[in-house]
Design a protein around this ligand. Structure first.
Ligand code: NAD
Ligand code: UFG
Length: 340
């Protein structure tokens, strides 16, 4: 169907591996490049088991332009999907240079090689974090952007660089995907999120409480102006998110003129922390002990997407609800209690 190769940068990671699956089953040929700083080759082995296809993999850092160059020389890439980035907000506050170097310098390095080989179709992983404290809900792509931590700043900086790149050269086609809260796992239970340390994000944290690895959940804040006082987020199933990348890639391949375009990938529905705990208890049959504690610094009360643009332009819509997210997250956790 698609004889050209798509380079999946950061494809061994959580969202990357799920996207590789969707691209492979849709007939795309892929090559994965990843430095394995936050992932394991096992995710790719399992992808091969699931799809029956071998995956060409290169253990390379995107900042190592000579090695990236060699990979581009070997394949005639049609496009790049770029997931490679560090993603911990807390760590970014402690090590800002590490984040700017990896996420910003890394992206510039990758873009330069793409430019050299005339590969000008890019799907980029951005984040709803670029909206800062939302002024309106649901959040449209036209909402003002602002960030308060180096991680968010690194995403916004790359977005701005991409805007300039597309402005300077109309041959570039860039789909900038702003993810809301990715969660859940592949239905097979074979691929999922595999955090190295104690998780920062709520979903893997709850899973580890349910399986008995962690004692109890701290709910950060019970006095927000929300449905039950706890933080509200737009949890999107990672399979829906992966399908959003497929839709974005198809759009770049079929559209004549698109330049730089941002898309919210979210469900449009807000779920509170207490609602999430309930859904997880139902899916797992386990009790999730929790304490309501002080708000976490930097958290907003509520954040959920207006996904209309992605619905209309990409023909994409999230299909899976919070119950399904919890069921799949739980299957992954039970089948892989120590990760990959
Ligand atoms: P992940 O850590 O599982 O995946 C990122 C992958 O990139 C990993 O496999 C890692 O080894 C690789 N990588 C990192 N730096 C690299 C480098 N310099 N060179 C080569 N490979 C490198 O994270 P994820 O959850 O799959 O996130 C993917 C992308 O989506 C990231 O850019 C992240 O910032 C963004 N994002 C994630 C979330 C989320 O909640 N998971 C939300 C919004 C945006
Ligand atoms: N929460 C808890 N206890 C925890 C962890 C989180 O109560 O142990 C709460 C938070 O206060 C928030 C909600 O659960 O209300 C979600 O928190 P996460 O840490 O899971 O996710 P965030 O919304 O803070 O941030 C995530 C990613 C960011 C990304 C953002 C938008 O971590 O990188 O979604 O995509 F930018």
């Amino acid at each position: 169907m698609n004889s050209e190769f798509v380079l999946i940068v950061g494809g061994a990671g959580y969202i990357g591996a799920h996207t590789c699956f969707e691209l492979l089953v849709s007939g795309y040929n892929i090559v994965v490049l990843d430095n394995l700083s936050n992932s394991q080759k096992e995710s790719l082995k399992r992808l091969s088991t699931l799809t029956g296809k071998e995956i060409d993999f290169y253990e390379v850092d995107i900042r190592d332009s000579r090695s990236v160059d060699l990979v581009f020389e070997k394949y005639g890439f049609s496009s790049v999907v770029h997931f490679a980035g560090l993603k911990s907000v807390g760590e970014s506050n402690s090590f800002p240079l590490k984040y700017y170097d990896n996420n910003v310098s890394g992206s510039i390095s990758l873009l330069k090689v793409m430019d050299k080989y005339n590969v000008k179709k890019l799907v980029f992983s951005s984040s709803a974090t670029v909206y800062g404290t939302p002024k309106e809900l649901p959040i449209p792509e036209t909402a003002p952007t602002s960030t308060i931590n180096p991680y968010g700043q690194s995403k916004l900086l790359v977005e701005k660089i991409l805007v300039d790149v597309a402005k300077a050269d109309p041959d570039w086609k860039i789909a900038n995907l702003r993810y809301f809260n990715p969660a859940g796992a592949h239905f097979s239970g074979l691929i999922g999120e595999d955090p190295k340390d104690i998780p920062n994000n709520i979903m893997p944290y709850i899973s580890q409480v349910a399986v008995g690895k962690l004692e109890k959940l701290s709910v950060f804040g019970g006095d927000y102006d929300t449905v039950d006082g706890t933080g509200v987020r737009d949890y999107i199933h990672v399979t829906d998110l992966a399908k959003g990348h497929l839709a974005a890639l198809n759009y770049l391949n079929s559209s004549q003129e698109c330049g730089f375009s941002s898309f919210n990938l979210g469900t449009g529905k807000g779920v509170s922390v207490l609602e999430l705990i309930n859904a997880f208890e139902k899916a797992s049959g386990k009790n999730i002990p929790f304490n309501i504690v002080a708000r976490r610094q930097g958290d907003v009360a509520a954040c959920y997407a207006d996904p209309t643009k992605a619905n209309k332009v990409l023909g994409w819509k999230a299909e899976l609800d919070i119950d399904r997210i919890c069921q799949d997250a739980w299957r992954w956790q039970v089948n892989n209690p120590t990760g990959y």
